[in-house]
Design a protein around this ligand. Sequence first.
Ligand SMILES: [Zn+2]
Length: 144
Amino acid sequence: MKLSQFLSHPNRVSLKDFDTRKRHKYNVTSSREQRTYGGVVFDSLAERDKYIELINDPLTIWIDCHVAVSLPGGLRFKIDFIVWRRTFCKIHDRNDACCPAPEAIEVKGVATSDFKIKRKLFNEFHPLKPLSVIRRQGKRWVEV
Ligand SMILES: [Zn+2]
């Protein structure tokens, strides 16, 4: 979210939620080229790296990137990834794509008040709940 959008946002609580220092750390230092992989431009290097990790997972069947979903009150929420994975199939006795399990994943450096509201609404109403929110900590991913 751009600062101008944030300032005019109806759900804005206070300026402290917009931490330019942290956003700089996660978003601005990398170039568009660095954040691009497989033709997709990601918001951060962490998001790009998560994508690479997901496509290399043998259980992954499909990844939808930057998916806009609807939330109550006419809100729109763009989720980083919806990953479709193989699950164990009793008919074929193996992991396969007969009944794929979707997971909504959001890579977040900073949780803005805007995001917190959307996450709460998503987890309450959307059938793809719960939203998995992760952040990179060194070489690991941690739940936010
Ligand atoms: Zn099957």
